[in-house]
Design a protein around this ligand. Structure first.
Ligand code: XIL
Length: 354
């Protein structure tokens, strides 16, 4: 039923788009030939929001230029489990249904993240055993519901502190479930879906060597003890000049050497980190293009079995969370401009595969 409704919606939207284009009233966007869906040898994805999937311009772009999507926030725990009495699957069912129509992979982001804990869970007053069993049920229910539809999950996001020694963050999960909460959740996810790929995801892994070491220790320990883990997500919220190319290569290769898959899971590239520019100049665009070329070219040369894909954290420059995060500072960190036009970097990516 859901599928039929969506097929019809997509058909109507496609017809509308074609009509607009023919009559010259549509957007000026140019389709990339060939496309980012077809040219790269690994999946290229974008973070999206449910409402984007009602917008024919996003739909058209995703149909042509995406092979994977992540939900920017709707598959996190606070929206899904906002009400203690019932997990709300409505929005995620829709996202997964439309992704199926678009024939794009869905990467699940994220089962456990300290920044996406529902209010009621943070002030949970039951026993630790009760807390743990709530989390076990949540993880197993969510992962098994989307078995076969969600290809992969960020099982735990950002578990390590940035500071000295990179200890485990003292999240509510750690407090109530113990230091081994991460392995518990990976095991539950595997029980719920034997085929889904399980990722540990974090930020600044290329810039912060000791944090990467903490993640690698975790992964090595999992591998040695037979705890399921398939890959590491490097968020890749980077700048045009930071971290260095060498650090990115070094960090990535350390993960490759473990036989784990690499997901550049939340790529965005700051081109104006000092806030000096209030418009997107050719110089800034060149920074963006050069950095994009380096990232995609390096990734393309990794062993094929390590390449899970590269996901941009949004589609258009004005989608970016960074403008809020850095206090309204101007940034243009994504692959399409705010009118859905591909930036020159998009063609540069495609040309890498010609
Ligand atoms: C951000 C989203 O982009 C925002 O819309 C949301 O309000 C907060 O989260 N690391 C992550 C992502 O793993 O989930 C974050 O996404 C960005 C930082």
């Amino acid at each position: 039923m859901i599928h039929h409704k969506h097929s019809l919606l997509l058909l109507i939207l496609s017809l509308f788009f074609v009509t607009c284009k023919d009559s010259g009233t549509g957007s000026e966007e140019t389709d990339l030939e060939p496309s980012l869906r077809n040219s790269p040898t690994f999946p290229v994805g974008y973070a999206i929001q449910r409402t984007h999937l009602d917008d024919f311009q996003y739909l058209q772009l995703l149909r042509n230029e995406a092979s994977s999507i992540s939900a920017e926030y709707e598959m996190k725990m606070n929206p899904m489990y906002n009400n203690q009495n019932a997990v709300d699957y409505g929005i995620v069912d829709q996202i997964v249904g439309i992704a199926d129509e678009l024939e794009v992979r869905v990467h699940g982001h994220a089962l456990l993240w300290h920044s996406a804990v529902p209010g009621w869970m943070n002030s949970f007053s039951g026993t630790d055993a009760e807390f743990e069993s709530l989390i076990e049920d949540y993880v197993k229910d969510v992962v098994s519901r989307y078995r076969g539809q969600v290809a992969s999950w960020d099982v735990v996001n950002e578990a390590f502190e940035d500071g000295s020694g990179n200890p485990l963050r003292n999240s509510v999960f750690r407090q109530k479930m113990g230091d081994d909460y991460i392995e518990k959740v990976f095991r539950w996810a595997r029980e719920a879906d034997p085929d889904v790929l399980l990722f540990y995801n974090d930020y600044n892994l290329a810039a912060n060597g000791s944090k990467l070491d903490a993640v690698l220790d975790l992964a090595d320990d999992f591998i040695a003890r037979g705890i399921p883990i398939d890959g590491i997500g490097f968020q890749m919220h980077i700048s045009y000049n930071w971290p260095s190319e060498q650090n990115i290569m070094l960090a990535t290769n350390k993960v490759v050497s473990r036989g784990l898959q690499i997901h550049y899971s939340e790529l965005d590239i700051r081109v104006n980190p000092d806030g000096a520019s209030d418009s997107y100049t050719p110089e800034l665009d060149q920074r963006f293009t050069d950095r994009t070329e380096f990232i995609f070219n390096f990734y393309k040369n990794l062993p094929e079995e390590s390449q899970f894909g590269i996901t941009w954290w949004g589609v258009k420059d004005d989608d970016t969370w960074l403008r809020d995060f850095w206090d309204n500072q101007n940034e243009w960190p994504l692959l399409f401009d705010s009118e859905f036009n591909p930036k020159p970097a998009a063609q540069v990516i495609i040309d890498l595969f010609e």
